[in-house]
Design a protein around this ligand. Structure first.
Ligand code: NAD
Length: 295
């Protein structure tokens, strides 16, 4: 079994990003600039946004964190989105989800200019992905694609089972694996909460992507020898032996499944590490006008 080491890959990518920033500065250009909007005080969102901002600093990007109170009216947030759309000093921005209930997430996502949508959530960018056109891939799928490429894992003709069909992980992963080219050309099965017999599908998978949110759902008897396992899940389970009283586990029973897997991502230290650097890679693309040429 070999670990798919997201931590190491993320470090490599960060040093590549630093070099890219140096090259931009040497060419007399400015550093890429990511803005992050955080509405309210959801504890998990605060941690995610803080990580994103810190990662920007580590690679020499400029970052701006815009915090708004939980009771911010939707119209005010839309106005801010509009300002950011037209702010030439901002290359890309994200509005951290989930938003407070009185704000319609879809309306906000649609209001973000696709050129600045470095989260890759706008339907225009999602549609471009589905058609195999250059786009900002959503961060987690982008991180998984990058991991597969850097470990040179073959996908052509492989049976891929994606467990979970969310818009941000499962569905884009299924699309990407089934597209022409690498890392695609696979035969993809999507399993979800209404799947009748999950184990039937996972047992014949060469590659499993688990993005469900159920701790250790995928057990050793549900996979075959030599499987490649990409565990996206991040779940807290109680653990009195830890100082914080909990530990993080994935959607895969790592201890059991790693006995049979050829490659597996750890949690933490796997996909999660790749997600943040993917946002930075998208921001660099935005700054360089790689997807949408700058006017
Ligand atoms: P979601 O909650 O939006 O969707 C969960 C999916 O799982 C649904 O499509 C549902 O149909 C499916 N599902 C539910 N029960 C199932 C079952 N018993 N069998 C098969 N499928 C079932 O999920 P999400 O936003 O994609 O997140 C999934 C997990 O990944 C969560 O633990 C989340 O915290 C984690 N996550 C991690 C990262 C990262 O960077 N590593 C990024 C995003 C999400």
């Amino acid at each position: 079994m070999e670990l798919l080491d997201g931590k190491k890959l993320a470090q490599d990518i960060k040093s590549e990003l630093r070099q890219a920033v140096d090259a931009l500065l040497a060419a007399g250009k400015r550093a890429p600039h990511l803005a992050a909007v955080l509405v309210g005080d959801d504890p998990a969102s605060q941690v995610y946004v803080r990580n994103k901002v810190q990662s920007c600093e580590q690679v020499g990007f400029r970052s701006s964190l815009i915090r708004l109170p939980a009771d911010t009216p939707e119209a005010e947030l839309l106005e801010l989105v509009d300002q950011l759309n037209f702010d030439a000093t901002v290359d890309g921005f994200i509005v951290q989800l989930p938003l407070p209930r009185h704000i319609n997430e879809e309306r906000i996502t649609l209001a973000i200019a696709p050129e600045k949508d470095v989260d890759g959530f706008h339907p225009v960018n999602f549609g471009r992905m589905a058609q195999g056109l250059p786009t900002y891939l959503p961060a987690t799928p982008y991180g998984i694609v990058e991991m597969i490429k850097r470990y040179e894992l073959p996908t052509q003709g492989r049976e891929v089972v994606v467990v979970g069909r969310s818009n941000i992980v499962g569905t884009p992963m299924a699309i990407l694996f089934s597209r022409k080219g690498y890392p695609g050309d696979a035969t993809v099965t999507v399993c979800h909460s209404r799947t009748a017999d999950l184990a039937f599908h996972t047992r014949r998978a060469d590659i499993i992507v688990a993005a469900v949110g159920i701790p250790e759902l995928i057990k050793a008897d549900m996979v075959k020898e030599g499987v490649v396992v990409i565990d996206v899940g991040i779940n807290r389970i109680a653990d009195p032996s830890r100082e914080k009283g909990f530990r993080l586990v994935g959607d895969v029973d790592f201890e059991g499944v790693s006995q049979k897997a050829a490659f597996i991502t750890p949690v933490p230290g796997g996909v999660g590490q790749m997600t943040v650097v993917s946002l930075l890679m998208n921001t660099l693309k935005a700054a360089q006008g790689e997807i949408y040429p700058k006017a």
